[in-house]
Ligand binder design. Structure first.
Ligand code: MF3
Ligand code: CO
Ligand code: CO
Length: 251
């Protein structure tokens, strides 16, 4: 069931979104070549806790990190590890959710480390733009399928592949709520958007195939051909007017 939030609940949830955004920006500033993803995760953890919030991912289904950190062909759910060292030229996806005052904010971004390939730059640009194409459609009266179709159309027009196996979601008191928010689909289909709905739009985009493989660690999801992949995510609130991006550093 889709939980529509009251104005008061939205106000409280905005704070969680703001902390999630601050933590993601902090993660981006902290990434340095030579650092392990475990070290980066520790910094993120301590930042979130310093804000009086909790990393929602920590312990979720047994996940051992405070953020998912995924390098290059790794798309999502990378487990922070002392053995995974970030190198110059890598792209690093950081996906983090925080809970504050009983409410969640979830956001993700793929960062560039030092000088990356033109190929990587283009993938990141298109994936981020696809997120904003989706957000544009997140208005009352539209349907989920309008968001899904906008993301898919934009990515495919640019020659990329939309992952089917993982999708966006509603969010609120729980990190994952109804409705499902796929990055592919037909316009005019799916649940109708109403003011007070809060959803995560999160394009997960591959360079060469829409297929993914889950590694033997049972978490890390990689591009099936081993080529680059990217992930951008915002938590968005449907209103009577423009959508509100809840995961911004300042409101
Ligand atoms: N933040 C992820 C999402 O966008 C969920 C991560 S759950 C974890 O839905 F356990 F992998 F951390
Ligand atoms: Co996320
Ligand atoms: Co999400």
């Amino acid at each position: 069931m889709i939980q529509v939030k009251s104005a008061d609940e939205i106000t409280r949830m905005m704070k969680a979104g703001e902390i999630a955004a601050q933590a993601l920006a902090y993660a981006g500033r902290s990434i340095k070549p030579g650092m392990s993803t475990w070290e980066l995760d520790k910094l993120i953890h301590d930042f979130i806790v310093s804000k009086g919030a909790r990393p929602s991912s920590l312990g979720y289904c047994g996940f051992t990190g405070s953020a998912c950190i995924s390098i290059n062909e790794e798309l999502i759910h990378g487990i922070p590890s002392k053995k995974k060292i970030i190198k110059d030229g890598d792209i690093v996806s950081v996906d983090l959710t925080v809970e504050y005052d009983g409410w969640n904010g979830d956001n993700a971004r793929t960062f560039m480390v030092g000088e990356v390939s033109d190929e990587a730059k283009r993938l990141l640009k298109v994936t981020e733009e696809a997120l904003y194409e989706g957000i544009k459609m997140a208005v009352a009266g539209n349907r989920i399928g309008d968001i899904s179709n906008a993301v898919q159309t934009y990515c495919e027009k640019n020659g990329y592949h939309v992952v089917r196996k993982y999708i966006g979601h509603g969010i609120g008191r729980d990190m994952h709520e109804d409705p499902e928010v796929p990055n592919f689909g037909k316009p005019g289909r799916g649940p109708r958007l109403v003011p007070g709905m809060t959803i995560c739009i999160e394009p997960m985009i591959n360079s060469s195939t829409s297929e993914v493989i889950v590694l033997p660690d049972k978490w890390t999801v990689v591009e099936a051909n081993g080529n680059l992949s990217a992930h951008f995510e915002h938590t968005v609130c449907i209103t009577n007017g423009e959508p509100i991006i809840m995961t911004l550093e300042k409101h």
